[in-house]
Design a binder for this molecule. Structure first.
Ligand code: FHN
Length: 424
């Protein structure tokens, strides 16, 4: 299990930076992807949006170029979110993009465009389906719109739901070419593991797409074998962990301390789906620092965009991605294929490492030289990634990194204010 997981995730642990795309009918109300649930919309209310869905400016090639220019190397699109609306031409529902004025299989066009741009492709698939007649309500926390008292949890009906859910996953696995990621979302309360018939689902996935990597959100309740964090992960525990909106303090390991592949998924503003009035965008600097932090802890960053009802990525998102891309073009070698440095976090920023190359990401404007604590004589030379210029590393026991002009002054003998140790 763990060996295969390590092999399957090799490209994932190298690529480090991906684009998450939450897109669907909810882009029309433009109040986030949970709008139907939070505003207790009935099927009829929501149908208004379905009937008018026609993203005439949808250009997945432009999306793919924006992702690539940002330095992203893989992407995950919501093929179906909790509202049950399929962005693909599923034969198991009429609730799909090909049944709207749009008339297009949006997933197929997305996959073609991103593969053509050389990015790896993944699909997000919701285990929850607010539209399916056989998906039961679970209190008012998850699906308040199902207030119908007569609706109850009925094993036969839920099995019928699972048959359709599995059939749609099979459609995606067998009808859309090679996929790199299957991103399930989400288990909750007692709805996890075999309640989704997870072994059957994962068996199908491994049969049709043996190379694909799967997130850990099928989860597992104790008796079904362990989660991805356990020393005995279950067959459906997944290939990578998927912390959301947070970066784990120390990275992620299992019970025996073995590193687990992981990616932090994060929004650029405060919503996954398009929200017209959410202007609280992260700056490019914040995104870069979060990406560096993820990599410094052996993780990835899956950064989300929420395209609008016309099919365009919001301009604010694009401007942040453009700035991040400019940084990645000059500094990407400190991200791709890198991981933790095995050193304490320095006070001025973070380290990432690739083999015998150490990358010092200096976040804080440091007064004077940067203390490469504990590195002493280990550093042979230093270069600024931005322009390749030489940086100087002093050779006392606690090496310091100097911008070249400053060190040049320091190097004069009278500046040595302490005896150098005999051995270096
Ligand atoms: O409910 C979803 C939410 O809409 C979004 O898709 C995030 C992304 O990881 N996952 C769930 C919340 O945990």
């Amino acid at each position: 299990m763990i060996r295969q997981r390590t092999e399957r995730t090799e490209w994932f642990r190298h690529d480090r930076f991906g684009m998450f795309i939450h897109w669907g009918i909810y882009a029309i109300p433009a109040r986030g992807e949970w709008v139907r649930s939070f505003e207790r919309m009935s099927d009829q209310d929501y149908q208004t949006y379905v009937d008018e869905f026609n993203p005439e400016r949808y250009d997945p090639k432009a999306w793919a170029k924006a992702a690539k220019d940002a330095g992203m190397t893989y992407t995950v699109l919501t093929a179906k979110h909790h509202d049950g609306f399929c962005l693909f031409d599923s034969k198991h529902t009429t609730y799909k993009s090909t049944n709207t004025p749009c008339g297009r299989d949006l997933v197929r066009e997305f996959l073609d465009a991103f593969r053509e741009e050389g990015l790896k492709v993944g699909l997000y698939f919701s285990l929850i389906d607010w539209h399916h007649p056989d998906f039961p309500a679970y209190g008012d926390r998850i699906h308040p719109m199902r207030d119908d008292e007569s609706f109850r949890r009925d094993p036969e009906r839920f099995d019928a739901y699972l048959d359709d859910m599995h059939a749609q996953v099979r459609e995606l696995l067998t009808g859309y070419g090679k996929l790199d990621i299957m991103w399930f979302d989400f288990s909750y309360d007692d709805m996890r593991g075999e309640k989704w018939r997870a072994t059957e689902l994962m068996t199908m996935i491994r049969e049709f797409q043996p190379q694909i990597i799967v997130d850990n959100r099928l989860e597992a309740s104790g008796e079904e074998g362990g989660s991805i964090y356990s020393r005995t992960p279950s067959f459906f525990s997944g290939d990578f962990a998927s912390p959301e909106q947070i970066i784990p303090p120390q990275g992620i390991t299992d019970e025996d301390g073995r590193p687990i592949p992981w990616e932090a998924c994060m929004t650029l503003n405060n919503n996954w789906g398009y929200a017209a009035n959410d202007h609280a965008y992260k700056s490019a600097k914040t995104v870069i620092r979060k990406l560096v932090e993820c990599v410094s802890k052996n993780g990835n960053l899956l950064l989300n965009v929420g395209p609008d009802a016309k099919g365009e990525i919001p301009r604010r998102s694009l401007s942040v991605l453009t700035e991040v891309g400019a940084w990645m073009r000059r500094n990407g070698e400190s991200i791709y294929g890198c991981g933790e440095a095995g050193l304490d976090k320095p006070e001025w920023g973070r380290y990432t490492r690739k083999g015998d190359k150490l990358y010092a990401h200096i976040f804080e404007e440091s007064v004077g030289p940067v203390n490469l604590s504990g590195l002493g004589g280990q550093v042979k030379k230093a270069r600024l990634l931005e322009d390749g210029s030489e940086l100087f590393v002093s050779r006392p026991w606690n090496a310091k990194l100097y911008p070249n002009d400053e060190f040049f002054n320091f190097a004069q003998p009278e500046h040595f204010t302490y005896p150098l140790p005999d051995e270096l």
